[in-house]
Design a protein around this ligand. Structure first.
Ligand code: NAD
Length: 471
């Protein structure tokens, strides 16, 4: 009997492998299921199946593939609550707030938006000298590797655009969140033809086997800068095409005309979305002297009011860190801030007796630019707020680091904010918001945050190869 994928138990049954590697809930340490592990031979077999399936998928044409993506979105919506529960248990993120249900909603939303895009041929020249037309063809087999923070949404960003353009896809989820991605793929594959989308679970070595495979034509990677560098080195052999969405350390700059009270909630969620475990979350905030105390107070109040706990309890909006390694990074950076003389306005003292990787929402004030909590990506529920007296200095501090994913400017004066935004080195600068991604708007990093774009028509071009016809 096939499992009912609209229920949590059915989903778990579809992806759990008896005797596999145990997966634990980071909020309770309870075992929620166990995952199979692919071997290097399994990766090869999956890539070969993807290669054989690709020509027929491409031959369907864009309209037919868009129909498939819309039907996939229907299937995701039919299983939405079950998928959200699994996400909540495996990642730790609450059902409520900008968390698990929000993530599943984004999966369906991104699929429908991607289905609606039309990437038409471009007539580049059409005069007495002749005609030149630029069109976009499938790349072939896409190998996609993802992180643990938004496992379903980021996998969808990767496979949605790739499938739309006529590629077939093999996904390798993070070893921390294998069940979420396998469950999503099980739901999706109720609709898709065989071998168009596959998943291979495993650790870094399985990711390396996939991204280094000679029959993978394009690699989409979202994760740390260090792993992105390893993938880029291995891609050199076959000159694979790459999209690298890597780490960041997004700065927000508040201008002295901003209204801290009116902006407090937006500022808070710009930093604490998914308990701070978000690539394009605000990770350091620069505030002018005149507004400093008020901003610190407003954010401390927001942090104290945001309920943190087990994800399945409806009132919670913040959850645990997803894994021990991330917990240790956050705890270590907060300790370094304290040692450097910074002030813990709220949080900063995790309860040693609490089960799960819970780290309290922490606002850190009176901290210097040189402190490791400002210089390094915390990727957790901690926001350092840095005081400035000279706007040029704040802009220089924001631009000083070697990463550039997102950034933001907070002001009551749109024109002034735009002038500052223009000077910030990042793939995206938001005004009076942070991390507000949109499936129609291209997103990607600069510097060591990577290269290549996802979303919108530009995103489609990055999972295709250009072809010029001249006559
Ligand atoms: P990570 O680099 O440790 O792991 C990411 C994935 O790469 C995992 O699936 C892992 O198994 C795989 N991997 C490890 N070694 C590999 C290798 N040699 N070859 C191929 N694959 C390999 O990153 P993480 O800890 O899972 O994610 C957190 C990081 O991701 C943060 O820095 C965050 O900023 C970044 N991130 C970026 C974005 C973005 O869109 N730019 C989105 C989410 C997260």
């Amino acid at each position: 009997m096939t499992a009912d994928l609209t229920t949590y138990q059915g989903l778990l049954e579809a992806v759990t492998v008896d005797g596999g590697v145990e997966v634990k809930d980071p909020a309770t340490a309870e075992v929620i299921g166990s995952t199979g592990q692919a071997s290097v031979d399994d990766v090869d077999a999956a890539v070969q199946r993807a290669k054989r399936a690709q020509p027929a998928w491409a031959a369907l044409g864009g309209d037919k593939r868009s129909e498939y993506l819309n039907r996939v979105a229907d299937a995701v919506e039919a299983s939405a609550e079950a998928l959200a529960e699994l996400l909540s248990r495996e990642v730790g993120k609450p059902l409520n707030g900008p968390n698990a249900r929000f993530e599943v909603g984004a999966v369906a939303g991104w699929l429908r938006a991607t289905a609606s895009f039309e990437l038409n041929d471009e007539v580049l020249v059409d005069d007495e000298s002749g005609t030149a037309v630029l069109s976009y063809r499938p790349v072939g087999v896409v190998g996609a590797v993802g992180p643990w923070n938004w496992p379903m949404m980021i996998s969808t960003w990767q496979f949605g655009a790739a499938l739309k353009m006529g590629n077939t896809v093999v996904l390798k989820p993070s070893e921390y969140t294998p069940l979420s991605v396998q469950a999503l793929v099980a739901v999706v594959n109720q609709v898709l033809p065989e071998a168009v989308l596959q998943v291979v679970a495993g650790g870094g070595e399985i990711g390396a086997a996939l991204t280094g495979h000679q029959d993978v034509d394009k690699v989409m990677f979202t994760g740390s800068t260090r792993t992105g560098q390893a993938i880029m080195r291995s891609a050199a052999t076959d000159l694979k095409r790459l999209t690298l969405e890597l780490g960041g350390n997004d700065a927000g700059i508040m201008l002295d005309d901003a209204d801290p009270k009116a902006l407090a909630e937006e500022l808070f969620w710009g930093a604490f979305i998914n308990t701070g475990q978000t690539c394009a979350a605000m990770k350091r905030l620069y505030v002018p002297e005149a507004l400093y105390d008020q901003v610190v107070d407003e954010l401390a109040q927001q942090a104290s009011n945001a309920a943190m706990g087990v994800g399945l309890e409806e009132h919670n909006v913040l959850g645990p860190l997803q894994n021990q390694q991330q917990y240790d990074i956050v705890a270590d950076l907060v300790n370094k801030a304290r040692e450097g003389g910074a002030r813990m306005v709220t949080g900063g003292n995790p309860d040693p007796d609490q089960a799960g990787y819970f780290y309290p929402a922490t606002i850190v004030a009176d901290i210097d630019q040189s402190n490791p909590l400002v210089q390094e990506e915390q990727f957790g529920p901690v926001l350092p707020i840095i005081r400035y007296t000279d706007l040029d200095q704040a802009i220089a501090w924001a631009n000083e680091l070697n990463v550039g994913l997102g950034s933001s400017v907070w002001s009551s004066d749109r024109q002034r904010a735009l002038t500052v935004a223009d000077r910030l080195q990042a793939g995206t600068t938001w005004i009076n918001q942070h991390g507000a991604i949109d499936p129609r708007v291209p997103f990607g990093g600069i510097k060591k945050s990577g290269f290549g774009l996802e979303f919108g028509l530009e995103g489609l071009k990055h999972v295709a190869v250009p072809k010029v016809t001249k006559y």
